[in-house]
Design a protein around this ligand. Structure first.
Ligand code: SAM
Length: 294
């Protein structure tokens, strides 16, 4: 008789009771300022980890490990996890949590007590970013990490659902804005699903969304990233105006703005929300070229 194939038991993950117990042990009062909403549902963790499409060789950067819900899932899928946490109480507790839930994986975890907005050095070069991000700083954290750690090739982040839509928006859509264009400098972004509120403790008032990204080369341009981002900021600061008007301050006058736009091959009466990252790079380059020539 053929023995039925046994599926391995699922890796233990933190549930609602575990999260409450850990929080009580630490006397933790989750704060809104730090976006502390902890995942209490193992299936959501499995879904995030599966959506991240990690290879077994991966060193994952996790921002805000909190009580360790996602960290335990990531330790099962990747070679290593570097967890950056701003809250000293949570950062100090994490190694003990991993030691009791996944003792065989304790060596695979590095915990860094730091602000992900400012961190410049990590103990290892991360290859993927996977995080349930603190919502009020999600976009700057993603942009900052993509800029600082070029070894990050891909990632999956959970953010506010509306922010997920913005990050993945394409030119011409209503929600296309500064986060969409700046994120496109570094990577392609795609929405990977929506997550309800009741998988968190405490439950947030809004739904969350998953965004997956894959790094790509920035557009070929002689303009610097800072110069390109300055045009984007100017164009969206007055997004209802024509580019000629919106970029007047940035260029020095409406006439200079029109000249830069024409040199870049862009209609001066168009609005910023129809342009992709390559067009913004061309505008920045056209102004820099005019400054050099003139
Ligand atoms: N990963 C955990 C989970 O899924 O249950 C917690 C996610 S919770 C939404 C966000 C976490 O980010 C909290 O642990 C919070 O303390 C941490 N955090 C907030 N701001 C941060 C920052 N600037 N840098 C690093 N961690 C931060």
């Amino acid at each position: 008789m053929i023995e039925p194939r046994k599926t391995p038991p699922p890796v233990p993950l933190l549930g609602a009771g575990d999260i409450r117990r850990l929080a009580a042990e630490l006397n933790l009062r989750p704060t809104k300022t730090l976006g502390q909403n902890f995942v209490i549902d193992g299936n959501t963790i499995r879904r995030i980890v599966a959506s991240a499409q990690l290879g077994a060789f991966e060193t994952v950067l996790e921002v805000g490990p909190g009580l360790g819900s996602l960290t335990l899932g990531l330790l099962d899928a990747a070679e290593r996890v570097v967890a950056v946490e701003i809250d000293p109480v949570l950062a100090a507790k994490l190694p003990a949590t991993v030691a009791s839930w996944r003792p065989e994986r304790t060596e695979a975890l590095d915990v860094v007590l730091a602000d992900a907005m400012r961190v410049t050095h990590l103990p290892r070069q991360p290859t993927a970013l996977v995080a349930n991000l603190p919502y009020n700083v999600a976009v700057p954290v993603v942009l900052n990490l993509l800029e600082r750690f070029p070894t990050l090739r891909s990632g999956l982040v959970m953010v506010q659902d509306e922010v997920a839509d913005r990050l993945a928006a394409v030119p011409g859509s209503k929600i296309y804005g500064v986060p969409s264009v700046k994120a496109a400098w570094y990577s392609s972004m795609e929405k990977a699903g929506t997550v309800g509120m009741n998988v968190f403790w405490p439950a947030p008032k809004i739904a969350s969304g998953l965004v997956r990204f894959t790094r790509r080369e920035p557009p070929a341009t002689t303009a610097s990233r800072t110069e390109v981002f300055a045009v984007i900021d100017a164009a969206f600061a007055q997004r209802r105006k024509t580019l000629r008007a919106a970029l007047a301050g940035w260029a020095g006058s409406p006439v200079l703005a029109e000249q830069a736009l024409r040199r870049a091959g862009i209609d001066p009466t168009a609005r910023g929300e129809v342009l992709g990252i390559t067009a913004y790079a061309r505008i920045a380059e056209a102004k820099a070229a005019a400054t050099t020539a003139g």
